[in-house]
Design a protein around this ligand. Structure first.
Ligand code: UDP
Ligand code: MG
Length: 321
């Protein structure tokens, strides 16, 4: 029996390009010997994305849709998508064709060689701003220094995972998951295939700066406590400066120059606020976890023959289905 490969595609307002993505993938799938299912996860789109996907479902029984009740974010859309897959291996990719399907056979080859996880390593990135490329590069390198996991550089969420890895990944119940970190964390045999990240086929990036910052913060706060130690280091700086300044005043016999005093005060205040900010980021994460709210809500599913057996996620709830 041929193997089943699931492709998970998170979608947020992709009406401009989603039809082209569907057509390209269907065309790709037809030429493969494995069977495929395409699992789209609509992350609260407000445009025609859902309508277009439903149109495709009416014609093809290997297309499926999971609809969120609102926008919960890319990382949770991936997590939810994984819940609904049945494949022997699962590939996660952008719904904008930035991750080319031609790379999938290379991933499958590595999987057949015995790797459980094969991620796409971006060798070149087209159509992205210099700012995005620069911040991404900085982030991955800083993250590597901070994190307790050895996450490979320049990998995103384009990857293949076998059933065993998917199963383990779904046991993690972080409220704000940083999926690529989690994937590294679970271990198993991992490798990469290089690829050329394409330009978006249509539409704008759905990752504005605010979402990029949130992703970066989730990544750091979930996989490193080093920034908390910075707080200790920072506190030494104003203390030492104060001691030296006092020494200077005594040695020089000068009267207190108010400007220098104010500078030190501002400096100290800045460090204090930064420290509180760092503490706050971690505390926020703890609070989210303690609240133990559902991570996402699925409002509807379409295209599944029956509710996938084995779906067992206490963080997801099905309504109106
Ligand atoms: N996406 C999502 N929810 C969001 C933001 C993005 O499901 O809140 C989807 C988006 O439709 C795309 C994928 O996640 O399929 C990656 O987003 P995008 O392509 O905008 O990010 P970029 O490739 O620019 O980093
Ligand atoms: Mg993209």
């Amino acid at each position: 029996m041929s193997q089943l490969i699931s492709i998970v595609l998170p979608v947020f307002n992709e009406e401009a390009g989603i039809q082209a993505t569907i057509d390209t993938l269907l065309n790709y799938v037809e030429q493969q010997e494995e069977s495929y299912e395409l699992v789209f996860v609509d992350d609260g789109s407000t445009d025609k994305s859902v309508k277009i996907i439903k149109g495709a479902i009416a014609q093809h029984n290997n297309i499926k849709l999971v609809e969120f009740s609102r926008n919960f974010g890319h990382q949770l859309a991936i997590t939810a998508g994984l819940q609904y897959t049945k494949g022997d291996a699962v590939v996660v990719m952008d719904a904008d064709l930035q991750d080319p399907p031609e790379v999938i056979p290379q991933m499958i080859e590595k999987w057949h060689e015995g790797y459980n996880i094969v991620y796409g390593k971006r060798m070149q990135r087209d159509g992205e701003t210099v700012f995005k490329k620069f911040t991404a590069k900085m982030f991955y390198r800083t993250f590597k220094k901070l994190a307790t996991i050895d996450m490979p550089l320049d990998v995103g969420d384009f990857r293949l995972m076998d059933r065993k890895a998917v199963h383990q990944l779904l046991q993690l119940h972080e409220q704000d998951p940083f999926v690529r970190g989690q994937v590294t964390w679970i271990g198993f045999k991992q490798t990469s295939v290089p690829y050329h990240r394409q330009e978006r086929i249509a539409g704008e990036t759905k990752y504005p700066l605010s979402k990029m910052i949130k992703l970066a913060l989730d990544g750091v706060t979930s996989f490193s406590t080093k920034p908390l130690q910075f707080v200790n280091v920072f506190s030494v700086v104003p203390f030492v400066s104060g001691v030296f300044y006092l020494g200077y005043l005594i040695a020089s016999g000068n009267a207190t120059p108010a400007s220098v005093g104010i500078t030190i005060l501002l400096f100290t205040l800045g460090l204090l606020m930064l420290s509180i900010g760092i503490l706050g980021s971690y505390l926020g994460r703890v609070l989210d976890q303690v609240n133990d709210r559902l991570r996402y809500i699925v409002s509807k599913t379409e295209g599944f023959e029956e509710r996938n057996k084995g779906i067992h996620d206490f963080s997801a709830r099905q309504i109106n289905n």
